[in-house]
Write a protein that binds this ligand. Structure first.
Ligand SMILES: Cc1cc2nc3c(=O)[nH]c(=O)nc-3n(C[C@H](O)[C@H](O)[C@H](O)COP(=O)(O)O)c2cc1C
Length: 177
């Protein structure tokens, strides 16, 4: 079994994709990994739309092309659109906090599981927070007030090169007491 830290270090936002198509089965595995993620009260406040039909993939790529950013995602072969769903919390907790209090954290975990699974399958993925939400709702036949979390672009990386991680040093962010 691969070492988890190695997988975490290898995962990177892939923004340059090859022309290879992505197998449907691999996309199923990616959303399965997301489905298994933990969530507050096991509320699972998520839904996923896997976009794999080439015509629709092209249109979703256009939605992510905002402010001159994400233009290179036009070569992604699939997108997983992560929707924020209503989080049903335990009634005791629901009495104390807003139902969506933990939803973003839950969704972040699911999104990362999806990306790590993509990495383990040899795919590249990039979480995309900048996209045209109304246009995406129109394309995917979703309500205009749909709550989105992220779109994840998926494809085979054009290069196997793993970039150096640009992260704050451990000693700056951790205190062992
Ligand atoms: C919530 C979120 C939104 C992001 N949105 C974008 C985006 O719109 N376009 C993009 O190219 N990368 C986006 N990223 C990727 C980050 O830029 C990237 O994760 C960060 O620079 C660290 O690099 P790494 O993922 O290669 O380790 C996003 C990441 C997250 C977590």
């Amino acid at each position: 079994m691969a070492d988890f830290l190695e997988l975490a270090a290898r995962r990177q936002s892939c923004r340059v994709f090859s022309d290879l198509p992505v197998e449907h089965e691999k996309l199923v595995k990616c959303v399965e990994a997301a489905r298994l993620a933990p969530s507050a009260c096991n509320s699972q406040p998520w839904k996923f739309v896997v976009v794999e039909k080439p015509e629709l993939v092209t249109e979703v790529a256009k939605c992510t092309n905002q402010l001159g950013i994400n233009a290179n995602l036009s070569k992604a072969k699939a997108f997983v659109v992560i929707l924020e769903d209503h989080a049903k919390l335990m009634s005791k907790l629901a009495a104390l906090v807003d139902s969506q209090t933990h939803a973003k954290g839950d969704l972040g975990g699911a999104a990362l599981s999806l990306c790590l699974e993509a990495e383990s399958l040899g795919l590249g993925a990039c979480m995309v927070g900048l996209f045209d939400r109304p246009k995406l709702s129109e394309l995917l036949d979703l309500p205009a007030d749909q709550r989105y979390f992220l779109v994840v672009a998926v494809g085979y990386p054009a290069t196997p090169k793993v970039r150096n991680k640009d992260r704050k040093p451990l000693e700056d962010i951790v205190r062992f007491v």
